[in-house]
Design a protein around this ligand. Structure first.
Ligand SMILES: [Zn+2]
Length: 446
């Protein structure tokens, strides 16, 4: 299948014709318009001491190594967006492996460090995850969390059906506390991304007013802040200049929250999550409902306490029932042990997950269950399929987050940040020529 028929199948013929019309306005025959767009995004994000992440197909990098090296030198992270811009769901595991390896060799030849992979059309399969893990990627950024922030019923049936096609294409998952957190798949981290992206707003719903787009993105930020998660914005650089005001208003909204929001590249999110997954809390009973606490963590950890009396250290209000403890060693006082009890029949995968999520947990018997903040008895673990596991993990994380019991734990983000904002974009093409070369390249590699 070639790009034209693929695009028509996934986007609808009327959208494909509209898309062709915009190619000549958004791209040039030289690199100049894309250079300007990339710089615009980097500059906006750097004002908030962050850096964006751009994903690029290796063949496009091969044609524009100087431009991409220049953007990387400015501080942007560059990730892999396939060898060519094709849908991995149409490839076998071996083809996925071979094309990912070829993409890596292009990045290596260009001397560009790479940590992450995002699929064109977010088209991942279970085989893709194994391929990325085997080939040493730190993370993939494909799980599309849908933020329900636009009233779709107000749009025409034609636009609604286009929007629905995107949700299907992107394998969208509903938003919840757990879906907004990175998650391990073996050694590989899965860093969620979010939709609607710029393309869904502009091309599908035809919302083109930058102020309205900025308001929509800020609404997403508001919800992510409330849930304490990660907002990965997807903004194709071809709309970088057009969306500058929208991006600036999102960044300024994030900055104006009561607690800080961490603006950072996706690679840094992955590195942090790996660091954080090793944090542990040790408690030694001192008698009389008192515990000596030692938080084994780095200095950036956000140590949180809920419904606890902290005897000898400074705390500050944080979010909901949690207060932030400004020390790694302190004494707490509570009626129950401020950690989670897990039955001996519950498999290790549950303990591993709780540790990765930085919730302190110990094995205990049913008879002891009432002396802990919460008791988990899950002899069957999280279940077999990826979907069943995600559902069980979601329910567990939500239950712990809503717990109104004495509990010590680590916040998701460093240095007391409540939420994280990662600005990302896929450089599908740099020039008009790239746009049309895609048709040939995808045809050859599918
Ligand atoms: Zn793409």
């Amino acid at each position: 299948m070639n790009l034209v028929s693929f695009s028509i199948r996934t986007k609808g013929s009327h959208n494909f014709v509209r898309r062709l019309g915009t190619v000549f306005t958004r791209f040039g025959f030289s690199e100049t318009p894309t250079r300007r767009a990339l710089n615009t995004i980097v500059d906006s994000v750097q004002q908030y001491t962050g850096a964006p992440t751009f994903f690029i197909p290796a063949v496009v990098l091969q044609r524009h190594p100087t431009l991409i090296a220049e953007i990387a030198r400015k501080g942007a992270e560059i990730g892999v967006h396939g060898y060519v811009h094709n849908d991995y769901r149409t490839l076998s595991r071996d083809q996925q492996f071979e094309q990912t390896e070829k993409a890596i060799s292009v990045f290596q030849k260009a001397k560009l460090p790479y940590y992450g992979f995002r699929n064109p059309y977010l088209g991942w399969t279970r085989e893709s995850l194994e391929v990325y893990a085997t080939l040493g990627f730190h993370y993939e950024s494909n799980v599309a969390v849908l933020h329900d922030v636009v009233d779709i019923s107000a749009f025409s049936p034609l636009l609604r059906s286009g929007f629905a096609k995107s949700l299907e294409l992107f394998q969208a998952v509903p938003c919840n506390v757990y879906a907004l957190r990175p998650d391990f798949y073996g050694a590989l981290l899965r860093i969620p991304t979010s939709i609607p992206d710029d393309e869904m707003l502009f091309d599908r719903l035809r919302i083109t007013d930058p102020e309205e787009v900025g308001r929509i993105w800020s609404r997403v930020m508001q919800r992510v802040y409330e849930m304490g998660g990660l907002y990965t914005l997807n903004l194709h650089p071809e709309r970088g200049v057009l969306c500058k005001r929208a991006l600036d208003s999102l960044l300024s909204y994030a900055r104006s929250r009561e607690l800080p929001v961490w603006v950072v590249s996706i690679g840094d999110v992955a590195q942090w999550w790996r660091e954080r997954s090793k944090f542990r809390i040790h408690m030694t009973p001192l008698g009389d409902n008192r515990w000596q606490v030692e938080a084994n963590c780095t200095q950036h950890a956000t140590v949180l306490a809920r419904h606890l009396e902290i005897e000898d250290q400074l705390t500050s209000p944080w979010y909901g029932s949690d207060v932030r403890v400004h020390s790694q060693q302190f004494i707490v006082c509570a009626n129950t042990t401020p950690c989670i009890g897990v039955s001996k029949q519950t498999p290790d995968e549950v303990m591993t997950f709780l540790n990765e999520q930085s919730y302190p947990a110990v094995r205990c018997t049913r008879g002891e269950s009432l002396s802990y903040a919460m008791y988990i008895e899950k002899p069957a673990g999280f279940g077999g399929t990826l979907e069943a596991q995600a559902e069980a993990k979601r329910a567990l994380v939500e239950q712990i987050e809503e717990l109104e019991m004495p509990l010590l734990h680590f916040g998701c983000w460093p240095d007391g940040n409540r939420a994280t904002l990662a600005i990302s974009g896929d450089i599908d093409s740099v020039t008009v020529q790239d746009f049309f070369l895609r048709i040939v390249e995808v045809f050859r590699h599918t």
